[in-house]
Design a protein around this ligand. Structure first.
Ligand SMILES: [Zn+2]
Ligand SMILES: [Zn+2]
Length: 483
């Protein structure tokens, strides 16, 4: 018997944690964090208890209460931990946090499967972001060892770490009784993969997050064509935008950008998602056409460098962009009173590495030649403009989703104040989604033609029922069987 249990992404967007179980094999598809649900309890000011994070998340039902799944160093803080892992693998669809964010809690001895692109992104996040992002290297917490100097005395062992068991794939692979066929698909991040999983009771399709309007839309259609050949008995499909009819394509967005930027005489300031390299390419291209270079953050540059090293193409080259060197906490960058090696100590080790190998640019340099650049900043980094002073004729382009909750609204209000301060208000909103709209979503399902459909990653699962007969509305934590 084969069964599937959904521990998230039911009536919510993201937080995918899908357990597929056979007679002897148990595999999780994704292990993500749902931002909405997390935000019900936590904020930058209300944080989980460091050593008891796992307990807090299980108690609050942010994580399923399962044995033999979680890291022993965290689990042993509050309960006995199983000696052996009781799961055979975790398979990732793509490296967005709502699909990968809770992987750091999974035991290192449960094999982890991800595409090369996904793994490269996770590597970059792990090395450059603050927060609990131990995707590949797990630093063992709370370990003690006998002191080398004094027998019988114990000290904390802070350097102990283990490497997660990782497998990347180029073609089909087996985990126990299941065979996984991976297909690269189009989404707003590198490495996105959909799967057909062959089980003893038939094939199961899992779309992950998918769209048909980015630069790699043809990959998504290729997946649809291949998946239909397996005559699937069940399709687990994302449905984020089931209620939205239309969509702007990435290439239309790029054309719009080119037109808008042509009209701007001062500095172009822009915000777009940190790891959306499809969007970055649109900005690079729109810049080139208008004699401007795109200036990105050190974090983005680091990711480009990792992707380049891992030979993941279809992203801009590091030498096509400039890298912004902001004045950091000491405020001494570009100050001749301080030797350069002292100035550089203000940057973290990973930042220094990327600064050395890229073409950096400072606020002073941008201020002198504002019509030559597109400066990409996070909405929270508009403060850097205080060192640039955008001249009259400058504009801000916001290429992010509209605020969807209260917290985002509040942040948006503050951002608007900053923009008004710099005379960059009103701004230009220009975005295209990472998710397929209704028309292509229905076309995908019709072509794959599964016996049953389980819509997830949506707040509008019931909308599927007007379009299809065999829709299963499932409940979180309730097992469904494939027969
Ligand atoms: Zn998602
Ligand atoms: Zn996603």
């Amino acid at each position: 018997m084969v069964s599937i249990t959904f521990y998230g992404a039911i009536n919510e967007i993201g937080g995918n944690k899908i357990l597929i179980e056979g007679t002897e094999t148990r595999v999780f598809l994704d292990f993500g964090l749902c931002f909405n649900r997390y935000g019900n309890y936590f904020s930058p000011y209300i944080t989980p208890r460091q050593g008891l994070k796992l307990k807090d998340f299980i108690e609050l039902k942010l994580l399923p209460d399962l044995e033999g799944l979680y890291r022993q160093d965290f689990e042993q803080r509050f309960r006995e931990s199983s000696k052996e892992p009781l799961f055979d693998g975790v398979v990732l669809s793509h490296p967005h946090i709502d699909h990968a964010g809770f992987i750091p809690f999974i035991r290192s001895d449960i094999p982890f499967y991800a595409s090369e692109g996904s793994l490269a992104i996770l590597k970059a996040i792990e090395q450059t972001s603050q927060g609990f992002y131990e995707f590949l290297k797990l630093k063992e917490k709370f370990k003690i060892r006998e002191s080398k100097r004094e027998k019988g005395k114990y000290v904390r062992d802070k350097d102990s770490s283990v490497q997660r068991e990782i497998t990347t794939f180029k073609s089909s692979f087996k985990i126990g009784e299941f065979t996984f066929h991976p297909f690269s698909v189009d989404h707003s991040i590198v490495g996105a993969t959909a799967y057909v999983i062959e089980t003893s009771e038939g094939a199961v399709v899992y779309t992950g997050d998918i769209r048909f309007h980015g630069r790699k839309y043809d990959l998504s259609w290729k997946f649809v064509e291949e998946a239909s050949k397996y005559d699937p008995i069940l399709m687990i499909t994302e449905g984020t935008r089931i209620h939205e009819q239309t969509t702007v394509t990435e290439l239309q967005l790029e054309d719009n950008l080119k037109r808008i930027i042509k009209e701007i005489s001062g500095l172009v300031v822009a915000s777009f998602p940190v790891r959306d390299f499809d969007r970055m390419q649109s900005f690079v291209n729109a810049g080139k056409e208008n004699g401007r270079e795109l200036v990105i953050s050190t974090r983005q540059a680091f990711a480009l460098d990792v992707l380049e090293k891992e030979k993941i193409d279809d992203v801009p080259n590091l030498d096509e962009v400039r890298v912004f060197l902001p004045s950091k906490s000491w405020g001494i960058y570009d100050n001749p009173n301080y030797p350069i090696e002292i100035q550089m100590q203000d940057y973290s080790t990973w930042e220094r590495k990327i600064i050395e190998k890229s073409s950096t640019i400072t606020a002073n340099e941008i201020r002198e030649e504002q019509e030559s650049y597109i400066l990409r900043v996070e909405p929270t980094e508009l403060k850097y403009l205080l060192d640039i002073n955008p001249k009259i004729g400058s504009r801000y382009i916001r290429s992010l989703t509209e605020p969807v909750d209260e917290e985002m609204e509040i942040q948006q209000q503050k951002m608007d104040n900053w923009l008004k301060f710099f005379s960059l208000y009103p701004y230009k909103q220009l975005h295209c989604s990472g998710h397929t709209s209704r028309k292509e979503l229905l076309e995908m399902i019709n072509k794959i033609n599964p016996k049953k459909i389980v819509p997830i990653h949506t707040e509008n699962a019931k909308d599927f029922m007007s379009a299809f007969e065999k829709v299963m509305i499932v409940e979180e934590g309730v097992k469904i069987t494939l027969k």
